[in-house]
Design a protein around this ligand. Structure first.
Ligand SMILES: [Fe+2]
Ligand SMILES: [Fe+2]
Length: 267
């Protein structure tokens, strides 16, 4: 089930949750920036593509979209990409050279419908300028978030995601401890390389995010957050750098889980 809500004036969120067995829920978000040239940020999961299109139609006519900002090419971001391109010949996909290349291994993008933007470069639309940024943590080298100067919103791709027991609509509804622990778990699972990063180098990355001073932070995997939460969220990343990368259950643990689920199912 995909639901929608307004994260900030002129910005809708399309959201669903992905259950990680035995561990919790990960929100999965896409965003619509309404404006003179509407932008869809990511296109949902592959498994929920039809639901995604229904939810999208409830907030905008897909034929009105002008751009898809593809933060990266993971399966939770490309679900309705090709359906949207087929339905709307005016749509162009903003991605990187690597993004277009990786899509070529599964469902090639027509290169005349691709616009390449690298971190540090900007996309100038009639009513806004989007500054492409590399968030401090990511799970795919394609990853490109952006800062929108009109709404003063930072779109952070997978960065600032959290594993949660319950998913509220606003990150501010989470306790400080729940937010920190949920974000630390997510980072240690999604970006296990973080523990190898030099503290000084990472601090500069965190400062770069802080300097953007956004009013809102919209992550693909966290409820909409206010800019006032940014310092706390950056602190979660720094704490995760000193943490231990996640190691999933092994075969013995999986068999135990399946046996206990079978026992529970037969009660
Ligand atoms: Fe990802
Ligand atoms: Fe993701």
């Amino acid at each position: 089930m995909i639901t929608t809500y307004e994260a900030a004036p002129g910005i809708d969120v399309l959201t669903t949750n992905f259950a990680v067995p035995g561990l919790g829920l990960v929100p999965i978000n896409a965003f619509v920036l309404h404006g003179q040239e509407p932008v869809l940020v990511d296109t949902g999961t592959v498994v929920q593509s039809e639901d995604f299109m229904t939810a999208l139609r409830s907030v905008i006519d897909p034929s009105d979209l002008r751009w898809i900002w593809l933060s990266h090419t993971d399966f939770d971001h490309i679900g309705s990409l090709h359906q949207l391109l087929a339905e709307n010949p005016r749509l162009t996909v903003i991605t990187t050279f690597l993004g277009a290349g990786i899509m070529g291994l599964t469902a090639p993008l027509p290169m005349d419908r691709v616009h390449l933007v690298n971190p540090g470069q900007t996309m100038t639309l009639p009513d806004r300028t989007l500054l492409a940024v590399t968030p401090p943590v990511f799970d795919n080298p394609v990853t490109t978030g952006f800062y929108d100067d009109t709404s003063n919103v930072l779109f952070s791709a997978d960065c600032f995601g959290a594993l949660l027991a319950d998913v509220p609509q606003r990150a501010e509804e989470l306790s400080e401890e729940t937010l920190r622990e949920g974000q630390m778990f997510w980072v240690m699972a999604d970006s296990p390389w973080l523990c190898k990063v030099d503290g000084g180098v990472f601090a500069k990355d965190l400062d770069a995010m802080r300097r953007l001073s956004p009013d809102h932070v919209l992550s693909s995997h966290l409820p909409a957050a206010s800019g006032a939460s940014l310092d706390r969220m950056l602190a979660s990343l720094e704490a995760a750098r000193a943490g231990t990368p996640f190691v999933g259950p092994d075969q013995a643990a999986l068999e135990q889980m399946m046996a206990s689920m079978g026992a529970a199912g037969s009660e």
